[in-house]
Design a protein around this ligand. Structure first.
Ligand code: CUA
Length: 139
């Protein structure tokens, strides 16, 4: 008797888990030229793309100079282990995963220095792994 009930619950749970799901996940771009040159590209006056490569224990590029009002697409990958990518002022949190590229778009409307830190433990140099977005500074 209980066996039958348990079996029914199990089968229902199985069906439930197989139903269609729509879950928000970050943009994940097929791995291609991920390790081509880390760089900053300017698309137009206010639009930039940053191709950022994380590795033990730094980000490239590590200093990103932008004018106020910039909209930036960050494309992020790693050469080795999993790293984090955290911009506290923007409440932004992304992972750098080997074999994949993550993307996020950020608007910088206030001048200042925005530290980017690795917030995923990645080895002995983890606490020194950082970069900066510098918006209209000095100016
Ligand atoms: Cu990279 Cu912690």
């Amino acid at each position: 008797m209980y066996t039958g009930v348990l079996l029914a619950v199990f089968l229902l749970a199985l069906l439930f888990s197989l139903r269609d799901k729509t879950i928000d996940v970050p943009d994940c771009i097929p791995f291609g030229e991920a390790y081509s040159e880390p760089r900053i590209e300017q698309l137009d006056e206010n639009t930039y793309q940053v191709y950022m490569v994380a590795s033990m224990w730094n980000f490239e590029p590590s200093e990103i100079y932008l004018p106020v009002g910039s909209e930036v697409d960050f494309y992020l990958t790693t050469k080795d282990v999993v790293h984090g990518f955290h911009i506290s002022e923007k409440n932004l949190n992304m992972m750098a995963v080997y074999g994949g590229i993550n993307k996020v778009t950020v608007q910088f409307d206030e001048p200042g220095i925005y530290p980017i830190v690795c917030h995923e433990y990645c080895g002995a140099g983890h606490q020194n792994m950082k970069a900066e977005v510098i918006v209209n500074y000095p100016n």
